[in-house]
Design a protein around this ligand. Structure first.
Ligand code: 5GP
Ligand code: MG
Ligand code: MG
Length: 180
């Protein structure tokens, strides 16, 4: 389906993101200071740039794994039905796990993913999300670290797409449709 013409207005600069990522990584490193090796689980695909920057600022031994859950497809609304499309490669039983998400919107995706991961009995599991839309929340998710609370806008950039485009923007921007 062809996209209606749109432009992207900057919401969070690359510099502001970098500063926040550094702060998050510092808090995460303190929280997990006693771990042998932290398992950082990135939720694909939107978290791939965030996780790359975050792990480079975490001052602990880390293992990186990925999980892909279905959510939006190319639409702008969540289907509220969540499936695991690609599972972790490693075991998390008895491990310290940090789940890294791009955006918490309704919360349904993350809630479902956390329920699945809990059945594998990690020793400790915490969540870090870059963005949070508090006004949209339907399901409770215990996110210990949030990068930025944002308004109810559809955002792209820094790994986050609109119909697979705009992931390579260095900043976070909001999509604005142009009059035709
Ligand atoms: P939720 O299940 O919390 O409603 O949303 C889950 C996922 O939907 C997010 O992790 C993210 O991948 C996607 N999502 C939510 N809001 C936005 C947005 O503003 N822009 C984009 N591109 N994806 C979003
Ligand atoms: Mg996501
Ligand atoms: Mg998407």
């Amino acid at each position: 389906m062809p996209q209606a013409p749109y432009t992207v207005d900057e919401l969070i600069s690359a510099k502001a993101i970098a500063a926040r990522v550094e702060g998050l990584a510092r808090d995460i490193s303190t929280h997990f200071a006693d771990t042998d090796k932290l398992v950082v689980v990135g939720l694909l695909r939107g978290s791939f740039i965030f996780i790359a920057d975050l792990v480079r600022e975490i001052d602990l031994p880390v293992e990186v794994d990925f999980l892909e859950a279905s959510s939006y497809g190319d639409a702008m609304e969540s289907s509220r039905e969540v499936r695991i499309l690609k599972d972790l490669r490693g075991e998390i039983a008895g491990r310290d796990v940090l789940v890294v998400e791009d955006i918490i919107d309704t919360g349904h995706t993350l809630k479902h993913v956390l329920e699945i991961l809990e059945t594998r009995h990690p020793r400790r599991m915490e969540v870090c999300a870059l963005l949070n839309k508090p006004s949209r929340r339907e399901a409770h998710v215990p996110a210990k670290w949030i990068g930025f609370d944002i308004p109810d806008e559809f955002v792209v950039g820094y790994g986050i797409d609109y119909a697979q485009r705009n992931r390579n923007l260095p900043h976070i921007g909001k999509v604005r449709f142009l009059e035709s």
